[in-house]
Design a protein around this ligand. Structure first.
Ligand code: MN3
Length: 226
């Protein structure tokens, strides 16, 4: 998704719509991707159409700069660029793979930070259940590389919060209502079966490397100043 700019296109679902059954049903996946996700893409393009000065900005740049754009489109861009980003990220960390637990350095970090995978799952579920209304629960790293569980409202992202995203759970009702109705907790319990721990581990490595790069560039800037 990096480098992509106006007009934005709907990222294809990276696996068949029925491949997350029975945890996430096919009809929900069609509605979620083909209608909800698409609407964020369409509304973002509509908002940006009259403003060619923003047409070379990618998604991350638009999200980071949303409150400095033309006031007429600030809120629309914030919500819809966020919606596109969050759903692109969401599809990427889900999938039909069957390794049901984290492994490698991410598993170690989870055990260090939360004591065990099941304690982590419990804390993550608590955060996701506690998110009032619509939003997301995230596993992120902070700027020191420590794992944190947080939640955000509506289509806010973690990009403006100086967190690096590893894992994302959509707790908007459109993500689960057809199959689970008001039982958000049941949806969360089943959703774990759809998490792609390969991609999640790759995201964790990316976050750690990004932090190293930032520290290195700060050190080398300090070095130059001396
Ligand atoms: Mn959604």
């Amino acid at each position: 998704m990096n480098g992509e700019h106006y007009p934005f296109t709907l990222m294809p679902l990276p696996y068949p719509y029925d491949s997350l059954e029975p945890y996430i049903d096919t009809e929900t996946m069609h509605l979620h991707h083909d209608k909800h996700h698409k609407a964020y893409v369409d509304n973002l393009n509509l908002a940006l159409a009259p403003y060619p000065q923003y047409h070379n900005m990618n998604l991350e740049q638009l999200i980071m700069a949303a409150d400095r754009l033309n006031p007429n489109i600030q809120k629309t861009v914030h919500n819809n660029a966020g919606g596109v980003y969050n759903h692109n990220f969401l599809w990427s960390i889900m999938g039909p793979k069957t390794n049901h637990v984290p492994y490698g350095i991410l598993a170690n970090a989870i055990n260090n930070e939360f004591k065990s995978f099941s304690a982590f799952q419990e804390a993550f579920k608590k955060e996701a259940l506690g998110r009032f209304g619509s939003g997301y629960a995230w596993l992120v790293t902070d700027t020191k590389g420590h794992l944190k569980i947080i939640s955000t409202a509506n289509q806010d992202t973690v990009l403006t919060l100086t967190y690096c995203p590893i894992l994302l759970l959509d707790v908007w009702e459109h993500a689960y209502y057809l199959k689970y109705q008001n039982r958000r907790g049941d949806y969360i319990d089943q959703w774990w079966n759809t998490v792609d721990w390969d991609q999640t581990l790759a995201n964790y490595n990316h976050c750690l490397n990004t932090i190293k790069d930032i520290k290195f560039s700060q050190l080398s800037k300090m070095g130059r100043r001396r």
